[in-house]
Design a protein around this ligand. Structure first.
Ligand code: GDP
Ligand code: MG
Length: 597
């Protein structure tokens, strides 16, 4: 395809402002899909995405569109909006020359609008502001344009006004893409350099590698070389996403597509790697990506120990499709063999867990998540801790440090006081307030990451009646008065229940946790004391009293079906239990910590 007629862009926006719906319209209007094939958010094809109505993975599609008699190839990348998936966005941007910045015409500029727009500006992309949802009965078009100008610093005099849902203004979007976004540079005869921006495992084809050609030409049958991995392969299939995988003969500069090389070993393809010709190697690889640092960790253990190897394979497959997720084998006295997994945030963790259970069909016990800590030991050594079990004795710690994030909130001005209070309660340090207009403000605070990730988003939503949004980035580690809190069940420490807490809240959280565990663990035929301890010091205690009763005893008489149901339910419940000594601890108990913040 003549590269003068190629355009590559990403659609970026705050969550729910209509990126995926706009992508649907572009597919529909260009004829890439027919009205009959059409379904909402067609690119969100993962089960979790359809269930939750959010985009988790970036998606690339090549569409053909004719303007004034000239056919153009337009490569569109739909991206997720949530802060946890920012890495997906930044990778997509590196494969493009332009971006559509979609902003809800009523909600206006939100926290991820700002973050994503800055990321696009950082990549030097041509940004087209698009006000979406103009079909809504109430919009704030002039104010929203004002916000885009003042906060993001973009000229909005030629902003587009569309309704992705009603299909209004879509022609203007195509026109703007063709006219304003530059064609890709790069010569077809230069040595090949193609950027690997994603990959996935396909049951029929093996590893499928997503590429954007920067320079040169890549074709079927070619012998290629992954510059960073240092491996050579032959291209068995090459093609484009239209939106389904459609084989072709070659891809030139600017084109986006996939290659299949028969790679069976997972972990041999790295996002950010450069593909080149095996013989004609360029001087240097493309810059690639900075691999993001996982900040939230939890344990994942198969309920059935024989699933361990299967789980390992599935985790490898998952990490191939998502380079921002990490895992390493781990053991727990309480839970046996499993894995310590790292995520970019809580939503990321939930999504991976859900995908594992669905796509991989393994039942898991997940432990309560924690952030990464840094400890300066008395011997001068600095260590990173992503598992509370690894915290050394209090005596050998000089300084216990936690990650700090800079958080930007965008919210209605009358909610400033309440949000300030929330931040102060969570050990925050105030940075700035800035007014975006008469009714909206941006607040910036520095907060411990541990105070943000677990529930701050929900808290913010409830304080602001849904109108507040937030975005954060890690700025470093800071010393704090942190301690490891252990839980003892019947006098024995259950390692998987240990947590790291701030000393001032240890007692309150210890009491709350013991109480929650008392509710979660069912009564046994003996008494079970539950205690929270800092080192050898017990700070809270609850007791589960003994019971001696058959579960079916409360179904008096002949109601056999109900009795069977109850037994089945108990069996179902048992699946998610772990035996610890003589005590059975249900899955939910391991997450109780989350309820005690
Ligand atoms: P994304 O998170 O940015 O990908 O947003 P989605 O495309 O998933 O859309 C979020 C919600 O907004 C969905 O319920 C859409 O139906 C709705 N939506 C998207 N575009 C429009 C529009 O132009 N008008 C109206 N009224 N609703 C829209
Ligand atoms: Mg979406």
């Amino acid at each position: 395809f003549d590269q003068r007629f190629i355009r590559n862009f990403s659609i970026i926006a705050h969550i729910d402002h209509g990126k995926s719906t706009l992508a649907d319209q572009l597919l529909l209007k260009s004829g890439a899909i027919t009205q009959r094939e059409f379904r909402e958010q067609i690119l969100d094809d993962l089960d979790v995405e359809r269930e939750r109505g959010i985009t988790v993975k970036a998606r690339a599609v090549a569409i053909h569109y004719t303007l004034d008699g000239q056919e153009y190839e337009i490569n569109l990348i739909d991206t997720p909006g949530h802060v946890d998936f920012h890495y997906e966005v930044s990778r997509s941007l590196a494969a493009c020359e332009g971006a559509l910045l979609v902003v809800d015409a009523f909600q206006g500029v939100q926290a991820q609008t700002v973050a994503n727009a800055y990321a696009a500006i950082g990549c030097d992309l041509e940004i087209i502001p698009v006000l979406n949802k103009i079909d809504l009965p109430v919009t704030r078009i002039p104010e929203v344009m004002e916000e885009i100008e003042s906060v993001v610093g973009l000229d909005t005099s030629n902003a587009l006004k569309v309704s992705a849902k009603a299909g209004i203004g879509i022609e203007d979007v195509f026109k703007a893409i063709v006219e304003r976004i530059p064609a890709p540079k790069g010569k077809p005869d230069d040595p090949l350099r193609a950027l690997v921006f994603d990959s996935k495992y396909d049951h029929y084809r093996g590893v499928v590698t997503y590429i954007r050609v920067k320079e040169g030409t890549i074709s079927k049958g070619q012998k290629i070389y992954f510059m960073k991995a240092g491996t050579a392969h032959e291209i068995l299939e090459i093609g484009q996403f239209r939106p389904h995988m459609l084989p072709c003969e070659e891809l030139g500069p600017g084109q986006v597509g996939y290659i299949v090389t028969g790679i069976k070993v997972l972990g041999n393809v790295h996002v950010g790697d450069t593909v080149c010709d095996y013989l004609r190697r360029p001087a240097a690889p493309l810059p690639g990506y900075e691999i993001p640092q996982q900040m939230v960790f939890c344990g994942m253990y198969p309920i059935d120990a024989s699933d361990f190897e299967h789980l390992r394979e599935e985790l490898a497959r998952m990490s191939l499709n998502d380079a921002s997720f990490s895992f390493a084998a781990d053991t727990s006295e309480a839970l046996g063999f499993g894995f310590r997994c790292g995520f970019l945030g809580m939503l990321h963790m939930e999504i991976i867990q859900q995908r594992l259970e669905k796509e991989a069909n393994v039942d898991l016990i997940q432990t309560a998540p924690n952030v990464t800590y840094q400890i300066l030991k008395t011997n001068g050594e600095e260590v990173f801790i992503d598992n509370p079990q690894e915290v050394p004795d209090a005596g050998s710690i000089t300084e216990f440090r936690e990650p700090i994030a800079k958080v930007a909130f965008i919210l209605p001005s009358d909610k400033i006081g309440a949000v300030m209070q929330m931040c102060a309660d969570r050990r925050g340090v105030f940075v700035t307030t800035e007014f975006l207009g008469p009714q909206r403000a941006q607040l910036v605070w520095e907060l411990p990451l541990a105070e943000i990730v677990f529930d701050m988003y929900d808290k913010l939503k409830s304080i602001t009646q849904g109108y507040g949004t937030m975005n954060y980035e890690i700025i470093g580690y800071r010393a704090a008065d942190l301690v490891k809190m252990d839980i003892l069940v019947k006098g024995e420490r259950v390692d998987a229940l240990s947590t790291i807490v701030h000393r001032t809240s240890a007692e309150r959280r210890g009491r709350a946790l013991c109480k929650r565990l008392k509710e979660e663990i069912s009564r046994h035929q003996f008494e079970i004391p539950i205690q929270a301890a800092l080192g050898a010091r017990i700070i809270a205690r609850e007791t589960i009293s003994a019971v001696r009763k058959d579960v079916t005893a409360k179904c008096y008489g002949g109601d056999i079906s109900r009795k069977r149901k109850l037994l089945e339910k108990q069996k179902e419940g048992k699946k998610r239990m772990k035996q610890f000594g003589s005590v059975e601890i249900p899955q939910k108990a391991f997450l109780s910590v989350l309820d005690t913040g």
